[in-house]
Design a binder for this molecule. Sequence first.
Ligand SMILES: C[S@@+](CC[C@H](N)C(=O)[O-])C[C@H]1O[C@@H](n2cnc3c(N)ncnc32)[C@H](O)[C@@H]1O
Ligand code: SF4
Length: 396
Amino acid sequence: MSGLQEFGVYVHWPFCAAKCPYCDFNSHVSNGPIQEEDFLKAYIAEIDHWATILGPDMPALSSVFFGGGTPSLMSPQLVGDILQTLESAWGFQDQIEISLEANPQSVDAANFQDLALAGVNRLSIGVQSFDDGALQALGRLHDSVQARKAINIARTHFDRFSFDLIYARPNQSLQGWEDELAQAFAFGPEHLSLYQLTIEPNTPYKRLYDAGKLRLPEESLAVDFYERTQELCLKAGLPAYEVSNHAVPGQEARHNLLYWRYGTFVGIGPGAHGRVKIEDKRYSTLTQAIPSKWLENVGYEGHGVIDQQELDAFNQATEMLLMGLRLNNGVSLADIEHETGYWVDNDIIENLQVEGLLEAFDKQNNINLLRASQKGRLLLNTIAQLLSDGLTTQDQ
Ligand SMILES: C[S@@+](CC[C@H](N)C(=O)[O-])C[C@H]1O[C@@H](n2cnc3c(N)ncnc32)[C@H](O)[C@@H]1O
Ligand code: SF4
């Protein structure tokens, strides 16, 4: 099945035990106990809302992703109840992937077995680093011993697990990163998400950065970090299938692939994004981010959506390019044309190829698939913008 036909659900859990100083995800530290029954009611209401709007012809779900925040702090009962509601609404494909993001603290790890029993079949653990000094600087509540323990517990309960590391951190050496990667490979993971540290607006890290108190590696060193990462992962049998994601072939995260291949996904929970098709029109959706207001909105209206925009054909083509270029397998120009009526001007493709930023490859003698070259992956937004400027239709 082409990625465009896949259907998934993203469930956002907006709470964390503490706020990390680099993070701008929609995560909050609750100042009292969290009333899970209220959240369950609201999640169920949003699922009912979308089941009604999307109608009876949806395919069964191919993936569910619990993201956060820290969903490993949800009670397994809540996770199980949400999964049951999703299954009654749309059904599950036999090979459904049900992922959940977990933090490595012991209180989270104590939940892993029950989360597996509740139906989660893939765990993604936020290890971030194997270096205790770095974990402290990142404001993490766990140390490297807890990280190792969490990985070991995860692999006894889940067939599929992955972990995240953040690299190109302040004061990190290339050698130090190579050592951390070697420690990661020693666990035999079939999937790794490796993110270069980014300085996000409105975070304590941004304020330190602006005050000159936090320095990222110079650009040429950042490129070395990236290239070395690609090289070592490839050698370890974990080639990149996307800019920051590496997997043993066949173990790619299906939910991530659904995003990048422009499938349909419903986003429920506070601050969740979605992309849905209603009567042949595609919409972007966004829910209220503040948990208490989201609960209120769902209570009044049966859903927490505060922004729903129809995406015209040009916007869809641009999004398909932006998402698809992240993938090692590239983006299909035929799919874009079929979905939107747009294709990319050949001169622009050729110029980017001459610059060594883009690779176009043949399928049945047509230039059909485009992907960013290794060099181009570091300039993805610029390339996507140039290609988007070159989108044309018959009407133009
Ligand atoms: C939304 S977080 C949730 C995961 C989980 N709460 C945790 O912190 O382990 C998903 C991942 O985004 C990455 N991330 C968040 N902020 C980042 C930043 N500023 N730069 C690079 N990676 C970041 C981290 O690797 C994190 O594991
Ligand atoms: S990185 Fe994870 S634990 Fe830290 S604030 Fe963000 S979502 Fe929460």
